[in-house]
Design a protein around this ligand. Sequence first.
Ligand code: 13P
Length: 250
Amino acid sequence: MRKKVIAGNWKMNKVPNEAIEFISELAPLVKDTENEVVLCVPYTDLFYSLLHAQDTNIKIGAQNMHYEEKGAYTGEVSGEMLKSIGVEYVIIGHSERRAYYGETDETVNKKLKKALSLGLKPIVCVGESLNQRESGEAKEVVTTQTRLALEGLKNDEVEKTIIAYEPIWAIGTGKTATKEDANETIKWIREEIEKIYGKDVAESVIIQYGGSVKSGNAKDLFEMSDIDGGLVGGASLDAQEFAKIVNYDK
Ligand code: 13P
């Protein structure tokens, strides 16, 4: 049985005081869940969030990292730096980073290898645009992104990688993929992994859905056979709403 991982991606939202307040409100609401609860917060909130989440079941993640350990990369933060303060998860290759900051399949692959080598738990994002979906290219796009992200990884590394299927047209738009479409696309991703790494690996990889997940649709989505939880943007900014998503099965 694959565990459901429900991760919030705060994007560029919340200052430390707000993060602390949020965690205080969320912690009692999710303490009894068997689902993995993750908050991917801005860099400036990481340390405060880690301290505040210490005695809870809430795990803390970053939203990006560099693939080099250190050096002349102004404004960047390395995986080693994340690891040094106790960060557990890291999002890699979010579509916003691919679109606005030149993230490519190659940098995603480098970052993923680095994250795994450090014992960080990566959440790698893949997903097609509206044009690509409408022109029937979604399968090709997501399977190619998946293959290139995982290139050169060993089986046990692939098993430790979480993939988030996030159709770009569903992000921040209020438009959610139907549960059937989301499940079918995630199956394509799983089949691609099976082709290269075998059935056991494919069956154990956690693949989330992301894109306008909210408390009103979480249950429908997360109960589908291949959807192993979600990567939640806007709805993760409100503790009560995010708790309802985490507790979708209660
Ligand atoms: P929304 O939930 O706001 O659509 O964002 C999804 C997302 O990009 C999570 O990484």
